[in-house]
Design a protein around this ligand. Structure first.
Ligand code: AMP
Length: 428
């Protein structure tokens, strides 16, 4: 039986907003999380971006704000959402604006890389919701511009990524300044030990909710690997992007410099492209994202961290111009397509040096990615390496993949590896 948003216990103002947004049915993470949060429970959610998790926490927070009016306390939020990147912060803020469009509430946004004065001003008289990256928030707290002793609800979004990015101490320091009686929600795509420990310290008797990426998105994505020499990757990319099926694509590179070079090259061959990565200013990143959203730019060339959480609907293709050396990044990358129920296509370019990475990825997702050979730059020699033992990945990486897989499985005891297995299902 499929639940409706009304059955989850959401108020009419929110239901109307969801209808105008075109949301008809809640996603699995929303079905599992919203009633718990409305009851006031702490939740440990294992879910990645693309599963609808923003609405899963934003809707109950808005409902609480709408139904329990309190006086604004200067410099204090009622709900705090901590998220690792500015892009995610902006997207979460837009989500709150969308879902709360029919109610009155205040929200503030705090992240680094821009002047702090407008941020300080937006907090001065108190706010309902504060969405922040940890570094800048701590900075503002230390200057006395923010206080957290009246926070009722805390959300840690993408906790694994926050820890990867070195925010652990900042997050702990921030949490120390909040009342123990708050409601806490932690979301993470993966549940390594470091996140488990963080959760144990911050959550109070949490309910665990697990939505694995493999079960929700990865299996809906048509994945293909294209074997090609390093030199031929750029002409191959131009050829792929010129195909009319590719309406909106994210192209992944391993380095920032690589992203710039690929974007420039694409522009030269007549494909509108923009690079997005950590060396770009905040406004340049926003501009690139907006152009991509509007459809003025067909290809966004990104590094893993910059692309994390990019929330643009209608991405038809994810192209791994370079395979990630961290197999989990593959799952995050391809999750940019096939958002909220849509199908998507992920193409991975694999050169001779990357065959080892490919094997490690396949081991993690427990799928063999089918090869697409029918292109002008197909390198049969490299394709052959896939099955030879000489191209085995380094022992260390294999070991890592095994541990990661065990971590996934450990987080999903009932589901074992079935979510990662099985041939690509037939597409209609
Ligand atoms: P998130 O995982 O929060 O990044 O959400 C992924 C995408 O799904 C966003 O573009 C949301 O607007 C969209 N979305 C979230 N929930 C729903 C829903 N119940 N129905 C349709 N789209 C949704």
């Amino acid at each position: 039986m499929t639940a409706t948003f009304a059955e989850l216990g959401l108020a009419e103002t929110l239901l109307t907003a969801l209808t105008s947004e075109g949301y008809t049915t809640p996603t699995p993470i929303q079905v599992a999380t919203i009633p718990l949060l409305l009851e006031g429970r702490d939740v440990l959610g294992i879910a990645q971006t693309g599963t609808g998790k923003t609405a899963a926490f934003a809707l109950p927070i808005l409902q609480r704000i709408a139904t329990t009016k309190t006086r604004y306390v200067p410099r204090s939020p009622r709900a705090l959402i901590l998220t690792p990147t500015r892009e995610l912060a902006v997207q979460i803020s837009q989500g709150f604006a969308t879902y709360g469009r029919n109610m009155r509430f205040k929200r503030a946004l705090v992240f680094g890389g821009v002047g702090q004065v407008p941020q300080v001003r937006s907090l001065a008289n108190g706010t309902d919701v504060l969405i922040a990256t940890p570094g800048r928030l701590l900075d503002l707290m230390n200057q006395g511009h923010v206080r957290l002793d009246f926070v009722e609800m805390l959300v840690l979004d993408e906790a694994d990524r926050m820890l990867d990015m070195g925010f652990i101490h900042d997050v702990k320091r921030i949490a120390e300044r909040m009342p123990k009686t708050r409601q806490t929600l932690l979301f993470s795509a993966t549940m390594p030990k470091s996140v488990e420990e963080l959760a144990a310290g911050l959550l109070n008797n949490p309910e665990r909710v697990e939505i694995t990426p493999a079960a929700t998105t990865v299996e809906r994505i048509e994945q293909k690997v294209l074997f090609v020499t390093k030199e031929n990757k750029r002409p191959l990319l131009a050829q792929v992007l010129k195909h009319h099926d590719v309406k909106r694509a994210i192209v992944f590179t391993r380095t920032k410099h690589g992203a710039d070079r690929v974007a420039e090259q694409l522009e030269k061959t007549g494909v509108s492209a923009q690079a997005i990565h950590g060396n770009k200013t905040q406004s340049a990143r926003q501009k690139a994202l907006e152009a991509f959203r509007r459809g003025d730019v067909r290809a966004l060339v990104a590094t893993d961290i910059a692309a994390r959480g990019i929330d643009v609907d209608g991405i038809t293709h994810v192209i791994n111009f370079e395979l990630p050396n961290e197999p989990e990044s593959y799952v995050h990358r391809i999750g940019r397509t096939a958002r909220a129920g849509a199908d998507g296509i992920a193409l991975s370019f694999c050169d001779a040096e990357e065959v080892g990475y490919l094997k490690t990825i396949e081991r993690l997702i427990r799928q063999s990615i089918p090869s697409h050979d029918d292109h002008a730059y197909h390198a049969e020699g490299i394709a052959g390496m896939r099955h030879s033992t000489s191209a085995r990945p380094a022992q260390k990486r294999q070991g890592q993949a095994n541990r990661k897989r065990q971590a996934y499985q450990g987080a999903n005891p009932g589901k074992s590896s079935a979510n990662y297995k099985g041939d690509k299902r037939k597409r209609a």
